[in-house]
Design a protein around this ligand. Sequence first.
Ligand code: PLP
Length: 844
Amino acid sequence: MSEVKTSLSESAANLSAYESYHGLTAEAIQRSFLDHLEFTLAKDRFTVTHLDQYLALAYAVRDRLIERWLRTQDTYYRADAKRVYYLSMEFLMGRTLGNAIVNLNLKEECRRALLDLGYRLEDIQETEPDAGLGNGGLGRLAACFLDSMATLALPGYGYGIRYEYGIFNQEIKDGEQVEQPDNWLRYGNPWEIARPEVLYPVHYYGEVVQFPNGNGKIAHKWIKTETVLAMAYDTPIPGYGVQNVNTLRLWSSKASREFDFHHFNEGDYISAVRSKTESETISKVLYPNDNRHSGKELRLKQEYFFVAATLQDIIRRYKKTRKTFDEFPDKVAIQLNDTHPAIAIAELMRIFLDEENIPWEKAWELTQATIAYTNHTVLPEALEKWTVELLGKVLPRHLEIIYDINYHFLRDVRVRYPNNEELVQRVSLVEEPVPGIRPKSIRMANLAIVGSHRVNGVAALHTEILKRDLFRDFALMFPEKFENKTNGITQRRWLACCNPQLASLITEAIGDKWMTDLYEMEKLIPFADDPGFRQAWQKVKQDGKDILIEVVNQTWKHKLRIDKQSLFDCQVKRIHEYKRQLLNLFHAITLYNRLRHQPNLDIVPRTIFFSGKAAPGYRLAKLIIRLINAVADIINHDVVTRDRLRVVFLPNYRVSLAEKIMPGAELSEQISTAGMEASGTGNMKFALNGALTIGTLDGANIEIAEEVGRDNIFIFGLTVEEIAKLKPHYSPWDYFHSDPELNEILNMIGAGYFSPLDKELFHPILFSLLEGGDQYFVLADYRAYVECQERVAQAYLDQDQWTRKSILNTAKMGKFSSDRTIQEYAQSIWRVSPVPVNMVTCEV
Ligand SMILES: *Cc1c(COP(=O)(O)O)cnc(C)c1O
């Protein structure tokens, strides 16, 4: 604990209260910081902790957002603006403080205010826990989109769930992943504002009754439900270079009062309290699956929970200014981040039909015109299906409505395509049961497509695959519905915040317009041929590597010595078979074996970094983590090889760790089986920070290659078309037998070389690669990958040329700003325009 100086600067002491809340000078921030320490946190200089320092600074920064936030909401209301609602089960926000400081342009002021008190801004930022309310790319995309919507002055709202426990913390014990609960709210969350008055009931179970509505029609009523309350918590989302501050509204579940009374009347106090805790479990924990559907009842209840609360909120806001729903799609755009919120289609229909008494045709027209759907995967295990049994129990009225939607839809299909019952079966929202194999289910992707006016994939190849394969029938029926929206990342967090040194170097060279127009980076191209600039670039990259070494030293207690000159080769992402961490590991073992067999072999020294979490129920992914750590253990302890080859597993991959890895990375591993990674966004973060990519022709890698040019990227491996051709007769055994280096690796794993105490430990991995048929084509791509890595190593020998390519990668990242992605959504899906906020500057 460092001591707060007793005498803060005279000028800070003399500032007005107004300045303390609003002032953007170092003095005003210091005054605000000290006021919060004393009056919000009740601490003095003898009791102040690191947490107090963080909280005081967070409150001081938050104060500076509040006026803009209130004015933003008022501006949108007065402009009668069309709003965008981004519905997502996940928002992987990471830390907020540093991002808010950058977006408010307050970094130097904060630094000075704190330094004067003896504190370092960087140290204070490290205290903030990550908001880990997501699994990986999908949740992080939602977070980048919020930043871009605010920066583009679009009236956008994020809506999701305030999980009490985010993605688990990963510890590595004896090489194994151990999951620890992420109690991220333990010390309070200074960024959220609780809104106890924004409270909506959400109903489950019960039954549906029909009755004549008096107009000769049948009305439906959903009765005898169990009710849970959704309470809002708001987080401000500041744009960069604008006054707009948008809102992320997350719902927390609360027991309803009626529910309690029901039990109290029976005199059972304990039951009442127990039901209260049960209904509060809905927002308790994030499901830790990436790209995998969990058919659990609680998950379905979570999905409906935030959709039902969100739609009530949207309709309340709409009704403030309108009497009828005729203009609903002109004022409301709803984007579904994957099918997780797709029940919104049935819920909006239910509200229109049962509560607003709108006729079916009109209700359906309004719903379709309002909703759009983003698909994130073609992996079959990730496609959401809910059994009719479960859906009918939890949401009986919604099941009826889905059947009605299907009835209308299939009637139209039969008219347009007579005598094609196979087509009808394929596009039906209902998957018919196969006794003993699969139960009757609702296909949520089909519901999302039918109920939306736009369906988009997240990279050019992915959208093509959707149109050609997964959704072929739909794309032929509704070609105008399908669009591509290649993903992006925000350069504010993924360059300005996480790599301030590189950001400064760039800004010195080309100015700072890249902060809001990433295409400006092209101005760096001539600098790639400037030796002085290259040297400066290389120096900054080396500093990034040194910081990463510091992270390794902290994590592994200085037990691993990293060669700062070695090639920093990074694969950081969720652990999944299709992402092929195994392929990378096999390359590491290949280098290891070459060094063992030829101890004097001259190779480019490498440090291979892995980081990523496995879903707790994904046994093979967890075993892959164990194998990585086992291989690391052997390689790092071998005196013959350890000065030239290191393998490092960095535990607990998360946004704040990614922010430390990106600046130090030199080689970005993007090696998924072609056709399986929808887009990837990690690939963009690396390239923006000057890493070169080794990758397959998959997802956005293809577009990155188009932008940077084939000379500045390392592409290898089977294409989607080649995999499709190989698939029917693929035999991994052929590769096992014909490639001696590959054969040696698999034999070592099989013989227990990396698990001497349990020689069969890794056999399930071998089984999946050989007997299991190697679904992800690891063996088929092995040789091409190893040869490509040889080209990488060769290129690294010429540091000057490597640096040139590094600069060109950053220079060509313009397309991959989420600002560009959001502009495309705004123009062709949402049809919304910017609504800039003008601040009346207040005289003090
Ligand atoms: C960007 C990001 C991802 C997505 O990485 P991919 O390589 O695209 O899978 C996952 N997790 C975190 C923490 C990220 O920041």
